[in-house]
Design a protein around this ligand. Structure first.
Ligand code: ASP
Length: 414
């Protein structure tokens, strides 16, 4: 990244300042102040969401059409899936080990924290259900929902179809989707300029509404999850970058500051996707061919932070209830945590809601479990902000590593 002008003219600094101001405004102004500024955050999220569907459609179709059909696509596909599974699995292992060592649930004072109503989110109930959701009955309805998995599936097939056409229609269609993609990137750039103001509204809301009070009762649990996420973010993923991509993690972090801050303030990898796509192409230097394939799919199904959270959260609940989970049962938790992270929607708190799926796999259910999950929801926001940042960072690492393996030398160049 080239430094242009004074520091305060740079977007990431403006976002950091907005975060600081948001914390101050939330602490000083409290609940009463929130309604005055929260609309700024809401407006920003709406702008991001507005660009997601067309951006993803143009990006995937133009990207896949340029990869072509057959071998190339198969190779890219297997590398992408391989990376998703590897990184999520490593994240889960960190969670598993940490919760077993720290034992945050043994003695957690759950009754002291305020419990919240659990929001209704549409989540798949089984792997087969996940598969069905990938194939939309009606592509227009999928775009309207939006059902991202359905859109991605259709766009990949459509891109392949374009690639297999004779030259004349193929060039017409590829040029059209290429041009549409460029226009969407331009539009996304405008939305991103609005980020500092939006972030100010979002952070003020979080701090003003929750304050820091309710976090005390579940302190050790929060610290354990935060430690796990930090290990994955600052140790595991950088190691993968170095070993698999020969990339200096410091450079990748520096290039990714904007999507990271955006993921942190929006708690949604879906809403962050426009920023991730534009940054990974413009700053990290990954081709559209690779990023359009890895990132939209990654935002939807590759969630390392969420995977870690699912596993650690379930073990925590078992500890609170005094239930001993055998090694076999813990293995079941590991596998379902992976599936749950794939099925979790890229929106705030999705990870906590889908935890029921993992709890169910080891027969943890009932009113007590519901009450604990409700309590966890009360303090979920900061953890959600952190795991969303990890989710987004892992996608970008995947894009950079895969681009390198495809011979793209400019990725994260100094
Ligand atoms: N908020 C996360 C995301 O969008 C999902 C989760 O709740 O874990 O990536």
């Amino acid at each position: 990244m080239v430094n242009q002008g004074r520091w305060y003219t740079q977007l990431h600094w403006q976002i950091f300042i907005a975060m600081g101001l948001g914390i101050i405004a939330g602490l000083v102004g409290g609940k009463e102040f929130v309604p005055r500024v929260e609309w700024l955050g809401t407006l920003f999220i709406r702008l991001l969401k507005m660009v997601i569907v067309p951006l993803v459609i143009f990006s995937i179709v133009s990207g896949v059409a340029s990869v072509g059909a057959g071998r190339n696509l198969g190779r890219l596909f297997s590398k992408t899936l391989g990376y998703y599974v590897l990184s999520s699995f490593l994240a889960i292992l960190v969670g598993l080990v940490l919760v077993n060592i720290v034992q945050p649930g043994a003695g957690a004072n759950i009754a002291g924290a305020a419990s919240n109503a659990i929001p209704e989110l549409q989540t798949p109930s089984s792997p087969a259900d996940l598969l069905f959701r990938m194939v939309p009955l009606n592509i227009v309805a999928a775009a309207a929902a939006p059902n991202m998995l359905g859109i991605i599936f259709f766009c990949i097939l459509f891109g392949i179809a374009i690639a297999t056409l004779p030259a004349k229609p193929r060039i017409v269609l590829s040029d059209f989707f290429d041009a549409g993609f460029q226009a969407m990137m331009k539009l996304t750039g405008w939305v991103i300029r609005f980020a500092p103001i939006g972030v100010f509204g979002l952070i003020t809301r979080v701090v003003g509404l929750t304050g820091f009070e309710s976090f005390r009762a579940l302190g050790l649990y929060m610290l354990t999850i935060a430690a796990g996420l930090s290990i994955h973010l600052f140790l595991t993923l950088p190691l993968l970058l170095m070993l698999l991509g020969r990339i200096k993690p410091k450079i990748h972090f520096r290039n990714m500051i904007e999507p990271l801050t955006m993921a942190f303030s929006t708690s949604s990898s879906g809403a962050t996707l426009p920023v991730t796509l534009s940054t990974v192409e413009k700053k990290v230097g990954v081709s559209n061919k690779v990023s359009s394939f890895v990132l939209p799919m990654g935002a939807t199904i590759n969630m390392d932070g969420t995977a870690l959270y699912e596993c650690a959260g379930v073990l925590f609940i078992a500890q609170v209830l005094g239930v001993e989970l055998s090694i076999m049962q813990q293995m079941v938790v590991v596998i379902t945590a992976l599936l749950a992270s794939i099925g979790a929607a890229a929106v705030p708190s999705a990870g906590l809601v889908i935890i029921f799926l993992v709890l169910d796999s080891v027969n943890l259910r009932g009113p007590e479990v519901d009450a604990i999950v409700g309590t966890m929801l009360a303090i979920d926001r900061p953890l959600d902000m952190f795991r969303t940042s990890v989710n987004v960072f892992s996608d970008s690492c995947g894009a950079a590593i895969i681009a390198r393996s495809e011979g793209e030398e400019n990725v994260d160049a100094e």
